[in-house]
Write a protein that binds this ligand. Structure first.
Ligand code: NAD
Ligand code: MG
Length: 387
């Protein structure tokens, strides 16, 4: 049976991995929506290949270029954030939310509100607006299928028991490229070093987040919303090989884990095919060849981001949205060479020193918190630069 797929963030790392799987089984899917931020040439190329009903470029300045590139194809061209939301409301069987950052929040919320199942890679949306997103899904009956490898692993492990019989959920973390570096060494790392992840090939933002361990902190918040076992039952374990993608321990002390090569096509395939399974071209695990798996407790002195995220989600309300927005600005500033690596988490902490805004009740409230936090973070960036 052919299923319809709307793909948000088609030109990114997760988007391309998704299309790689779709391409291998063309009868299984009909791609109805493709979106990108500003890469018109790539979006148009993908649109010509996958023939969606609509292609949306988020940056409206590129509308004319997209329209021209799709002329004569019968594929509708659209642009801007309202067009993203409208595309998310189009009838579909599955939405792949693979936009990076809170830019993905509005379309993902629209899809959930419409009752469409969402394969969720866009963790920042859940960090900012977790309570609203989970409520929207509950109300409409939409299922959120986690794509983030850890959460996908947990989702799979939870099929082996009941969530009210879980004792601990253990999120594994590779530790990133600077796992063994001293704080002094980390003060001098470059963007190029930070985006070179030892195990995974990913977009720039999440790669930097992995290097600061902010990624694992965001994932803790993500897990708190997806798997409501209580914050004190969520733990982080450093596991440099990224073979075990997370673990679920039940009350009887049985621990289930999901293992696989560090290839995002595995969790993506799990979300696409759920509740079935689909074949992938991924490397099967060769544990004899890997030989050993290592584990260590996280070092929160060198990597304070995870503790910051735990505190933010414990406080709740607007705090996680504030943290996430500040982090997006800090990471962008680091990637542009405007601030040093340790300043990323430092800056997030400073933005969070401000009073927390009122508890957001609506998506609009989240956007207000997001904008205010971005402005505050931007001021700190300017100060760092001139210091
Ligand atoms: P990426 O940077 O490679 O791609 C991001 C996509 O979002 C692109 O298609 C881009 O055009 C689009 N985009 C960027 N800014 C936008 C904006 N303002 N408006 C609309 N679209 C915009 O990112 P990625 O690595 O594919 O990650 C995507 C999401 O998946 C992130 O939330 C990330 O945390 C999550 N994730 C990624 C991986 C991975 O392996 N890459 C793993 C787990 C989770
Ligand atoms: Mg992850």
């Amino acid at each position: 049976m052919t299923r319809r797929l709307s793909l948000f963030g088609a030109t990114g790392s997760v988007g391309q991995s998704t299309l790689d799987l779709v391409r291998r089984d063309p009868g299984a899917w009909r791609v109805t929506v493709l979106t990108a931020h500003s890469d018109v040439a790539e979006l148009a190329r993908l649109a010509r290949e996958f023939r969606p009903d609509v292609a949306v470029i988020a940056d409206p300045r590129h509308y004319d270029a997209l329209k021209e590139a799709l002329a004569g194809t019968g594929i509708e061209a659209a642009a801007g954030s309202d067009a993203l939301v409208a595309a998310a409301e189009r009838p579909t069987d599955l939405v792949m939310a693979a936009i990076v950052g809170t830019a993905g929040l509005a379309p993902t919320m629209a899809a959930l509100a419409a009752g469409y199942d969402v394969a969720l890679a866009n963790k920042e949306a859940l960090v900012s607006a977790g309570a609203l997103m989970m409520a929207a899904a509950r109300l409409s009956g939409a299922t959120i299928l986690p794509v983030d490898s850890e959460h996908n692993a947990i989702f799979q492990c939870l099929a082996g028991g009941r969530i009210d019989q879980v004792r601990r959920i253990i999120l594994t973390a590779s530790g990133g490229p600077f796992r063994t570096m001293s704080a002094e060494e980390m003060a001098r790392v470059t963007p190029a070093q930070a985006v070179a992840h030892p195990n995974w090939s990913m977009g720039a933002k999440i790669s930097v987040d992995s290097a600061t361990m902010m990624n694992k902190g965001l994932e803790l918040i993500e897990a708190h919303h997806l798997f409501p076992v209580g914050l004190d039952r969520l733990e982080i374990l450093v596991h440099p090989q990224s073979v075990i993608h997370s673990l679920v321990e039940y009350v009887d002390c049985s621990t289930l884990a999901q293992l696989g090569s560090p290839d995002m096509r595995i969790p993506i395939a799990s979300a696409l095919a759920w509740p079935e399974r689909m074949a992938t071209p991924c490397m099967p695990l060769d544990l004899a060849q890997i030989g050993r798996l290592d584990f260590a407790a996280p070092d929160e002195a060198r990597f304070p981001a995870t503790a910051l995220c735990r505190a933010a989600v414990a406080e709740g309300g607007a705090r996680p949205a504030q943290l996430n927005a500040a982090n997006e600005v800090a990471v962008a500033a680091f990637l542009k060479g405007r601030i040093a690596f340790p300043a990323i988490v430092d800056l997030v902490k400073r933005v969070m020193d401000a009073e927390v805004p009122a508890v957001p009740q609506t998506l609009q409230d989240i956007f207000s918190v997001d904008a205010a936090s971005r402005a505050a973070a931007q001021q700190f960036v300017d100060q760092y630069e001139h210091a």
